[in-house]
Design a binder for this molecule. Sequence first.
Ligand SMILES: Cc1ncc(COP(=O)(O)O)c(C=O)c1O
Length: 368
Amino acid sequence: MLASGSVGAPMTADATPAGELARRLAAPPARLSLASLPTPVERIPALDVRGAEVWIKRDDQSSGLYGGGKVRKLEWVLANAPFDGDAPIVSIGGVGSHHLLALALFLREQGRSLHALTFTQTLTPHVRSNLAVLVSSGARLWNVASRARLPLAWLAYHAWRRPERMGVPMAAGASTAYGCFGFVEAGLELSAQIDAGLLPVPRTIFITAGSAGASAGLALGLALAGRPMRLHLVSSVERWAFNGIMYRRMLGAAHRALVRHGLPAEHAAGGAGGLLARAGVTWLIDHSQVGGGYGVPTEAATRALADAASQGLRLETTYTAKCMAGMRRALEREPVEGPVLFWNTHASNDLGALVREGWEADCPPGIL
Ligand SMILES: Cc1ncc(COP(=O)(O)O)c(C=O)c1O
């Protein structure tokens, strides 16, 4: 049997949601209360690089059920159409996807189901553990051998005989415009923590990027807070899968949604680019850590993971350890004097109790 996790918060959408972003919008969309916010900020001197003093944003502690960045997105995504009903959701990702895992666990709390179109990725122990929980959660998988073959999973899904309702399609990583709202809120949250003296103003924020909802929301949130900042986005995927064009598109979609919900006119002019430029928020995309491709561990990431683990931080080699490796490389090449912030987007929850014995038998062939 599955042990039940505890969200510790109501699953009903709040029509007049709490939070700083909602206060800044004339007509905020609904929001679920799924996350434990704000997440702490912590200084870890053992991770310093040259003159840079490393601070960590502990989003790994954002939920008792399953933390990391995804729960911030799901608070908004699952509260609004078309994902707010009781229908299943269909979404895509690698077999070790944190997005699919988060979605499966939070949908299960709502008595709903996940249809997962997956692709096989390098089966690290971490990926295998995520897959074990995903399958144990009751999610149904349609798996293909590689990312390039995902359209075949989509075809197989549609050829399915449909004993259940078909799922409502959700973008990879829950990176919809509403998904970004979770990280707009995160930017406002960080700014309030700086105001409260919990950390100094970072010279640079390092955050990993895949489907880009997290980093796009964060840039907009910092801009709304009027906080000039440099964002260093360490990509976990190849250039064709994430680049400046895609990032601008994500920023634009999220900004338009903010405007639709009553963003004050002073922040609406000139689109997302105008807002960021007025606030002095800048960004760059760093593909130096992609290595052999999405989900393929690199030596630098494996080293970063071990060093972080020695300081009590649980990273993984698909996103966050590559981000820490990218941060180290950047700070070695262009030293920074003073504080920098590493945004830890990976959940630290121990999910061992959620794994059902014999889960392997329910796993599609060819993955294990
Ligand atoms: C642990 C972790 N961090 C960061 C990201 C990247 O977030 P985004 O897809 O919004 O760029 C992901 C995406 O799945 C993730 O699993």
